[in-house]
Design a binder for this molecule. Structure first.
Ligand code: CP
Length: 344
């Protein structure tokens, strides 16, 4: 959707059919990431600053997949703005949705997105949607057809609650969390900020959305030396990492890091396969330990949660002063509040 900025507004207007409205799906929808993060921090300092701004505004949050943080933080954020927020777990409580064009619906999918989206758009002023990737078909996942179809047919502003390839509310939160941490504990004057995103082991294939988005947002933010470390063959799509240094040596990557962002992702193209869990013999050697952090600039450790203790991150790191993880999850409210406020 072609987007354009309007002076004084932090989220762009997108051209959708013959209408123009704001959507929040990627870094490119934002005019100024730093300013939007500052807006989140302003709400953290004063949650009820705009408590009447959302009066008589209805927000619908639609989940096709599980969530704790995104669901609860966006509800709290909307309520801080005086909005009425309604959650619909479509996957469990609604009709199964068909997104395909021209499909004869004689299977188990009872409702088409072409009807469901405009109906929901008539009930709500803003809609949020979470749609995970299948991890079966890369071209389909990377086309982002589900969220795009939804935006096309609902006719109202949309906030992504995590789509097949991106998680923008998480990434805005991550920028807010790093800015807040730097304000409390500035790095040595003259030292360039270093952010490392490292791959972590897992027991099953996970989406690439959080990692893609983190790369996209840190690159667009442009305030740091940014390094992505992962096993050979597990590189993320270049469209997201472009601008970062990609390495397969975790020890080298961690040297002098100020923030270490830990997350597993499944393969984009490992041995020609998409959506596979990297389970080569060296996988467990990527687990972050306190010992590895000695090589950093007393780095803060981040993760989007949920995290599997002992698999993705060690207890010793999670329970140490290095961890910013629960503060980060708390900041989900302020990111969502800044975005909902700008979508109005
Ligand atoms: N980080 C995150 O999006 O958490 P949930 O899946 O619980 O919403």
């Amino acid at each position: 959707f072609p987007a354009k900025a309007v002076q004084g507004e932090l989220i762009k207007y997108s051209q959708i059919g013959n209408k123009q409205f704001k959507i929040f799906t990627k870094a490119g929808d934002v005019v100024d990431i730093d300013a939007l993060a500052n807006k989140g921090l302003k709400y953290k300092a004063n949650p009820f600053l705009d408590e009447l701004k959302g009066n008589h505004v209805r927000v619908g949050l639609l989940f096709l997949n599980p969530s704790m943080r995104t669901r609860m933080s966006t509800q709290v954020a909307g309520r801080n703005l005086g909005m009425d927020v309604i959650v619909f777990n479509i996957d469990k409580e609604g009709w199964q949705l068909e997104f395909g064009d021209g499909v004869v619906m004689n299977g188990n999918k009872a409702e088409h997105i072409k009807e469901a989206a405009p109906v929901l758009g008539s009930y709500f002023d803003i809609l949020g949607i979470r749609t995970f990737p299948s991890l079966q078909n890369r071209a389909e996942d990377y086309s982002e057809s589900y969220i795009s179809e939804f935006i096309k047919y609902c006719g109202v502003p949309v906030v992504s609650l995590e789509s097949a390839t991106r998680h923008p509310l998480q990434s805005l939160t991550d920028i807010i969390t790093m800015k807040e941490s730097l304000a409390q504990q500035p790095i040595t004057p003259g030292k360039k900020l270093k952010i490392v995103h490292t791959w972590a082991p897992h027991i099953k294939p996970c989406p690439q959305a959080v990692s893609n988005s983190f790369c996209e947002w840190v690159n667009a933010w442009g305030k740091a030396d940014f390094v992505v470390a992962n096993p050979e063959g597990m590189d993320l799509a270049e469209e997201f990492t472009k601008g970062a240094t990609v390495t397969h040596n975790q020890e080298e990557a961690l040297e002098g890091a100020d923030f270490v962002y830990v997350k597993n992702w499944s393969s984009y193209d490992w041995k020609g396969e998409y959506g596979k869990n990297y389970d080569a013999p060296d996988a467990s050697s990527w687990l972050l330990t306190l010992d590895k952090l000695k090589n950093t600039n007393n780095a803060k450790v981040m993760h989007c949660l949920p995290v599997r203790r002992g698999v993705e991150l060690t207890d010793e790191v999670l329970d140490s002063d290095h961890s910013l993880i629960t503060t980060e999850a708390g900041n989900r409210v302020w990111a969502a509040q800044a975005v909902l406020s700008e979508l109005l």
